[in-house]
Design a binder for this molecule. Structure first.
Ligand code: SF4
Length: 341
């Protein structure tokens, strides 16, 4: 479904500048953006996937992953085809890269913003996540849905690569409660060669969205031989500790995927090493993911180290929240950081 991509501006030379993400596409009539789902037609930039969901699920919020955000709740999750990145390890390449790999074809099932909100309420969800592909590329669809979701008492989450422009963040911030932002690595060459992006705009987005008061958790997928050296792991953790040590950091295990079938899985020892580095630099909340490690998936009170949110089983399967008065440690009364209601 085509819809005006209003987060854009017309340039003097006749091109249209998309203002959604830091790829900064400037497009002539008939051209597509790097994401493959924004196109200039009849002098206007259009979003081709408005109201067309390519993946829809009701998930535990822990699966996003968001751990200091309404623990144990369900989140209505959807995404479209298209992406502004081209990560060689993408877990959702069948939808994220679909238009680019199928001659600009757009697919999806009708899901209007109104229906997404109605479905979220019907399934007892407390939030809506824009996920599976990069949400900022279908910005106007997320914006309309998020606004309605807030009116209905639901929260909104972006699961994102962190390439939003300041304008996109400024526009959606009143309705956006949480973001999980990837820090995919800490070298420009990794971002350029493996992901099709740049590191600096991602770090800038994290700082900017944090300053706007949006609750942020970050995720790093550790890929053996690519971004898992002690130096790189420490650099990511230190960036985050310098910005805000209360920002949760998820360290996730890689499995062979998409164009990286020949790379081995992340050994559990690598995740444990990264966990220790995160703790060493002072991060309050470090979590490992994509492997069974109950001790490192649970939340501990930063004040007295008591276990306050116990997670075990498949992700989101058993979540026991021991916090009292919304966010306080039952042992020492420390108020934990996050979104709790
Ligand atoms: S959202 Fe798409 S069209 Fe817009 S700048 Fe990013 S990649 Fe380009």
């Amino acid at each position: 479904m085509s819809h005006l991509a209003w987060l854009s501006t017309k340039l003097d030379d006749g091109r249209i500048a998309c203002e959604a993400c830091n790829q900064h596409c400037k497009l002539h009539e008939g051209e597509y953006g790097i994401c493959g789902i924004r196109k200039v037609e009849n002098g206007e930039l259009l979003l081709l996937t408005y109201g067309l969901a390519a993946a829809v699920n009701v998930d535990p919020v822990e699966k996003k992953p968001m751990f200091n955000f309404l623990p144990g709740s369900s989140v209505f999750s959807f995404g479209t085809v298209g992406c502004n990145f081209s990560c060689k390890f993408c877990q959702n390449a069948d939808i994220s890269q679909y238009p680019k790999e199928h001659d600009h074809k757009i697919v999806g099932h009708p899901l209007s913003p109104q229906r997404a909100v109605a479905k979220a309420l019907e399934y007892g969800c407390q939030s809506i996540a824009y996920t599976y592909n990069e949400p900022v590329v279908f910005f106007e669809y997320t914006y309309d849905t998020a606004k309605l979701a807030h009116e209905a008492g639901l929260k909104n989450i972006y699961v994102t690569s962190g390439y939003e422009t300041h304008k996109a963040i400024d526009t959606i911030a009143p309705y956006l409660d949480g973001m999980n932002i990837d820090i995919k690595g800490y070298s420009q060459s990794f971002y350029k060669d493996i992901c099709g992006g740049s590191l600096k705009p991602v770090l800038d987005t994290i700082e900017y969205a944090h300053k706007k008061g949006i609750w942020i958790e970050t995720t790093t997928l550790l890929i053996p031989g690519y971004n898992d050296s002690d130096e790189e792991i420490r650099a990511i953790a230190q960036f985050q500790a310098d910005l805000d040590p209360t920002m949760p950091w998820h360290i996730s295990a890689f499995h062979p995927m998409y164009k990286m079938q020949d790379v081995q899985r992340t050994p559990p020892a690598t995740l444990r090493r990264a966990y220790d580095i995160g703790k060493e630099v002072g991060l309050h909340y470090v979590y490992v993911g994509n492997i069974d490690d109950e001790a490192r998936e649970s939340t501990y009170c930063p004040g007295c180290h008591a276990l306050v949110i116990d997670r075990h089983g498949h992700i989101g399967q058993y979540v026991t929240n021991h916090l009292v008065n919304k966010n306080s440690c039952p042992s020492c009364g420390y108020k934990l950081h996050g979104i709790w209601q």
